[in-house]
Design a protein around this ligand. Structure first.
Ligand code: DON
Length: 305
């Protein structure tokens, strides 16, 4: 069956109204609260090479928790299976910054995408790498095949200045022995990870690796098949926190959201896609981002289920 992507993307664009003002731009990180709520971008990257875009597809935004997929991949590359002794692979059913389960489960985060899990991944990278921030940036640039990707230092500093929940979480993890390094160093790395700025085009390009069995579009292998499959499994079950079920139900693709309003998702063997709209629902996921992806998979009739 041939899918008419140009028409589908055009129709999707006509349906989505970025002026609709449903949801709210993230307020708890002061730098993110300044973002124009009406921004909207989308980039669909087919494995065959075709690319379709809408709106501000080349404008960079704060990837936030989407970047946790890159740090996890890097930890799997450098640390093998070590991370799975310290982080579980189960959906949490709680918000991304919840502390509740961490106390009950004695410092073992439910999965690597909730903040506590991403902090343990950050600790592992800080422990393993000589230059954690530099190696992380090189890795993301390699995945996206783009040297122009960078941290936004103002966003990292902004979150560091008010990240009381993350600080509490990191200290609790340290108390349970699941942070090995210095809490402040791990937090600083984590905030820089979350501050990485990318456009929809760059994100779709980087996520090609997860859509393409661990290989770039050129065929160059960056991850093993198993690593790529496992990351997709985790995105499917844990990528949207307490809305992972909703996203699977409405969209039916592995994906990852961030409080910057981005969502990146993959249809393995077919395409990767990134969409950006900063207005979030109460679970911290982009309202129009979810709607856009639901519209795409409904119109194509294709998804992993
Ligand atoms: O730690 C935080 O709260 C943010 N840097 C990232 C949270 C996030 O993106 C959750 N995703 N929807």
């Amino acid at each position: 069956m041939t899918i008419d992507y140009p028409k589908i993307i055009q129709d999707l664009g006509a349906e989505i109204d970025p002026q609709r003002n449903e949801g709210q731009v993230a307020q708890y990180i002061p730098e993110l609260a300044k973002v124009d709520p009406s921004k909207y971008g989308l980039a669909l990257q087919c494995l065959g090479g075709d690319q379709y875009t809408l709106g501000a597809a080349e404008e960079k935004f704060s990837t936030q928790s989407i970047a946790k997929v890159f740090s996890l991949a890097l930890a799997m590359l450098h640390g093998g299976n070590a991370i799975w002794e310290r982080v579980d692979v189960e959906p949490s059913g709680t918000s991304f910054n919840s502390l509740v389960l961490l106390e009950y489960e004695e410092g073992i985060p439910r999965n690597p995408f909730i903040n506590s899990g991403a902090l343990v991944v950050a600790d592992l990278l800080v422990e393993l790498l000589d230059n954690p921030k530099g190696t992380l940036l090189s890795w993301i640039r390699q995945m996206a095949d783009d040297q122009a990707i960078d941290f936004n230092y103002a966003v990292a500093a902004s979150e560091e200045s008010c990240g009381h929940r993350n600080r509490a979480m990191a200290h609790m993890l340290k108390g349970f022995g699941n942070i090995h390094g210095q809490v402040d160093e791990v937090l600083n790395f984590y905030y820089h990870l979350c501050s990485v700025e990318m456009s929809c085009k760059q994100l779709a390009q980087a996520f090609t690796v997860f859509a393409n069995d661990g290989c770039q579009a050129t065929g160059q292998r960056l991850l093993s098949s198993q690593q790529s499959h496992r990351i997709n499994a985790l995105m499917q079950t844990c990528g949207f926190y307490d809305e992972a079920g909703e996203f699977a139900f409405r969209v039916g693709l592995p994906g990852k959201s961030g409080v910057g309003g981005g969502i990146a998702a993959v249809y393995p063997g077919h395409y990767s896609i990134a969409v950006w709209s900063p207005q979030l629902n109460p679970q911290g996921n982009s309202v129009l981002g979810m709607e856009s992806l639901e519209s795409l998979t409904s119109k194509t009739g294709m998804g992993v289920f």
